[in-house]
Design a protein around this ligand. Sequence first.
Ligand code: GRG
Length: 298
Amino acid sequence: MSDPDFESWAREVAARMETVLSELLPTKQTTPSRLHDAMRYSTLGGGKRVRAMLVYAAGELADASPQRLRYPAAAVEMIHAYSLIHDDLPCMDDDVLRRGRPTCHVEFDEATALLAGDALQSLAFQVLAEPKLCDRADNQLKLLQVFAGACGSRGMAGGQAIDLEAVGKALTLPELEHMHILKTGALIRASVLMGAYCGREIPAPSFESLDRYAKTVGLAFQVVDDILDEDGDASTLGKTVGKDKAANKPTYTSVMGLPEARKFALELLADAHEALAAFDGRADRLRGLADFIVRRER
Ligand code: GRG
């Protein structure tokens, strides 16, 4: 069932992100204009902005100001756009459709797409070097550490490497879970933790519960992504469906079957709510996001 309050908040965050990202990205007129055009093309005008929403929702829990939160929210969306550009390249998933439009290398060219991804990554870290992003400088360093870890070989890039190696192989459930936690879960977890680091100090037991929520929704996101790749609608998703099966890639639906994968996603949703049980109404956006992540159709 859709929640009109959550939907209007989600639309508001998406609109805010469009403005923030547009301001932080170099203009098309700035030299080299083709590269900047490609960076803007891949970052603006599309995407659900789930990661930015998680930053804002976790920040809300810690009473962080939206003025501050726009920096990690923009940084995570830049890294996400970078990962999608590279993921779509012929040397990786070789896809032509993303967010309902031609992929970056199709619209521009492979070299430009590669550079656009690289430049988005450095811009993301530049944005996080904003002075006094957190009340305490050591929290800003922790934020950077979590974010860098989530992007690297023990995070998203590592998950992608395992994904590429797994083509045509049968993975066990623990192996599949490990791949998904790195490839998708790490950046989603980092989104939540970065939002929290921007606000007041959260006591360690509560921070651990928040981290449990973050890890759970991170895994749930990819389980649902696997379900939608099997069972979703290409025009709603704005990307090619059935690619994992065609590429003979192990997914939750290939390993567990579609009904079991759906059941697992709902179990993860219950775990995510359980992790937030001790929080008051300030965690309601995070609760709504867990529902959205698991029940989404795109
Ligand atoms: C960028 C550090 C870095 C490394 C590159 C290419 C690559 C290594 C990693 C790819 C990781 C990847 C593409 C994971 C899939 C994540 C995923 C489920 C993407 C879809 O996310 P949505 O549904 O997309 O949030 P929108 O379009 O709504 O933003």
